[in-house]
Ligand binder design. Structure first.
Ligand code: C5P
Length: 223
């Protein structure tokens, strides 16, 4: 069976915590990658640490949302990090997605759909007319058109996305059984997400709140 892939959301500014996360996730049954977001990448030592990582799968969660030139320039500016993955909001528009893809080289470009912290009510608040599922389907078609390498969506939308997007489907909004949703809304357990067809998961707090103990819980849930 193909090994299951999990990106750990390294949402901290503490190098000590990140080193501990990496140490505790050396597990031969699963493939781990490390997702660094704005918090760590903008911290004093964050960028340097990421550039020093060797033989690790790295994911720069920049969530770009800007005009085409700015998105492309930002991607060029982090080329030296040799990241395996970078994120851009699909809502940046088709031209920005294409401009970003043109310069992303070997780094896989991931299109982010509607955030897993939003529901239909929040979409209405922002001014969107469509409901979550329809909007995610629409965005997945755009990601396909722009030839993006992967999509980030909630595990609740995997089946819809799969109809129109044939590459990697990466799902945050993951909680081990019984854990609090925190600020997330559209969540599932790791097992359910893989069963629905996720090619990789992003898991943060449900693992990192107590990495050693929660790694054991994860192994049990996936067995
Ligand atoms: O702690 P938790 O598992 O909720 O963390 C999820 C991670 O995935 C965070 O780093 C968040 O920024 C990211 N993310 C998300 N929803 C998206 C895209 C990324 O939660 N749609």
């Amino acid at each position: 069976m193909k090994k299951q892939k999990i990106f750990i959301a390294c949402d901290t500014t503490s190098l000590k915590k990140i080193k501990k996360i990496i140490k505790e996730t050396q597990n031969s049954k699963l493939i781990f990658g490390y997702k660094f977001g704005l918090q760590f990448l903008n911290s004093k030592n964050g960028r340097k640490f990421v550039s020093s990582l060797k033989n690790k799968i790295t994911f720069g969660d920049y969530k770009l949302a800007d005009i085409p030139n700015t998105c492309a320039s930002a991607i060029k500016a982090v080329r030296d990090l040799k990241l395996n993955y970078i994120t851009i909001h699909i809502s940046s528009g088709l031209k920005a997605l294409k401009a970003a893809k043109k310069v992303s080289g070997k780094t896989k470009l991931i299109g982010v759909t509607i955030l897993t912290s939003l529901d239909n009510k929040s979409l209405k608040e922002i001014g969107f007319e469509k409901e979550v599922k329809k909007l995610v389907l629409h965005q997945a078609k755009l990601a396909s058109k722009a030839k993006l390498d992967a999509i980030v969506c909630s595990p609740q939308e995997i089946k819809i996305v799969k109809k129109v997007f044939k590459k990697e489907i990466i799902t945050p909004g993951i909680r081990l059984s019984g854990d609090s949703k925190d600020d997330q809304i559209r969540v599932m357990t790791p097992r359910q997400a893989f069963q629905n067809g996720a090619t990789a998961l992003v898991i943060g707090r449900s693992l990192t709140d107590n990495i050693k103990k929660n790694m054991q819980r994860l192994s049990k849930e996936l067995n």
